[in-house]
Write a protein that binds this ligand. Structure first.
Ligand SMILES: NC(=O)c1ccc[n+]([C@@H]2O[C@H](COP(=O)([O-])OP(=O)(O)OC[C@H]3O[C@@H](n4cnc5c(N)ncnc54)[C@H](OP(=O)(O)O)[C@@H]3O)[C@@H](O)[C@H]2O)c1
Length: 270
């Protein structure tokens, strides 16, 4: 039973007030963990407390794109619970526009949250995680393994995160800290999109509605099971694995299939 891995652990999860992060927080609380999480919106964090009235939950308003906020989140977690065993860098935002239509500020914002947010939180949590021989986890995406159209900045942020974590993993060999990155398959969640581009073709904030999409609870469960196995990296679901392997083995064919999936009549449709 992988759940025993988490017994009594102190886990910090960024972006746990909604979506996959919230499902991770709630599953961890059910596994006898002490859990800390953050988000920008205090109402959403309050709602999380209302739904989980337990003293093992610590929340802090923090924008992970702000180094000072990350430091306060990590330090307040250590102050509250005495340390951090596992850091799950989950907070993330996406985007939706072809590069030509994308403001440069959008790409910067996506990088600030998805890449720098993970870097800041890990920097301040590292000493405690080393001491407790714990885990550093990055929630990546298929887009971190295969660039996706309409999501160039998002893809870049996830590739950057993976490369940085791979380097960190190598540096920490011999310390008993496990560094890993996990790429979920498409999951029903809000998926905070920061830009729809000038063409404004997307009205629905979560425009991919495919058969085979996972619920946030399913994705959270798979993520936690992967962390407990202390794997190096994992792409979730068979479709995810096929997409990534096809891209590695037959990149030209993958270009065509990905183009076909995201475009209709030469127009980006999702
Ligand atoms: N959903 C998918 O299909 C999918 C697939 C692959 C990978 N992922 C990855 O999984 C992670 C979670 O995605 P999701 O779909 O669950 O997202 P979501 O439903 O939009 O939830 C995002 C969470 O992160 C918080 N957040 C956003 N920006 C933040 C910031 N700057 N500082 C602190 N917290 C912030 C949000 O709270 P506030 O708004 O209050 O800040 C919310 O709690 C992301 O890293 C995403 O890239 C998602």
């Amino acid at each position: 039973m992988f759940q025993s891995y988490f017994d009594n652990k102190i886990v910090a999860v960024t972006g746990g007030s909604e979506g996959i992060g919230r499902a991770i927080v709630e599953q961890l609380l059910n596994m006898n963990c002490k859990v800390a999480t953050c988000g920008r919106n205090s109402d959403k964090l309050y709602q999380l407390h209302v739904a989980n009235p337990v003293k093992e939950l610590h929340t802090q308003v923090a924008d992970v794109s702000n180094e000072h906020d990350c430091r306060r989140f990590i330090e307040s977690t250590i102050e509250t619970f005495g340390g951090i065993d596992i850091l799950i860098n989950n907070a993330g935002i996406s985007m939706m526009a072809e590069f030509e239509d994308t403001d440069l500020g959008t790409i910067r914002q996506v990088m600030d949250v998805n890449f720098w947010g993970a870097v800041y939180c890990t920097k301040y949590a590292l000493a405690s995680i080393k001491e407790r021989k714990g885990d550093i986890v990055g929630i990546s995406a298929i887009a971190g393994n295969r660039g996706l159209p309409g999501r160039s900045g998002y893809s870049a942020s996830k590739w950057a995160m993976q490369g940085w974590l791979e380097a960190l993993r190598t540096e920490l060999m011999g310390t008993a800290v496990n560094v890993s990155w996990i790429s979920p398959w498409f999951t029903h969640s809000y998926g905070g999109i920061v830009s729809q581009g000038k063409k404004g073709i997307y009205e629905d904030p979560s425009p991919i509605h495919e058969a085979g999409m996972l619920t946030v609870e399913e994705t959270a469960f798979k993520i936690l099971r992967t962390i407990a196995k202390r794997n190096r990296t994992r792409v979730l679901t068979l479709r995810g694995k096929i997409t990534v392997w096809l891209s590695r083995l037959f990149p030209g064919l993958a270009d065509k299939l990905v183009r076909k999936f995201f475009y209709k009549d030469n127009k980006l449709t999702r």
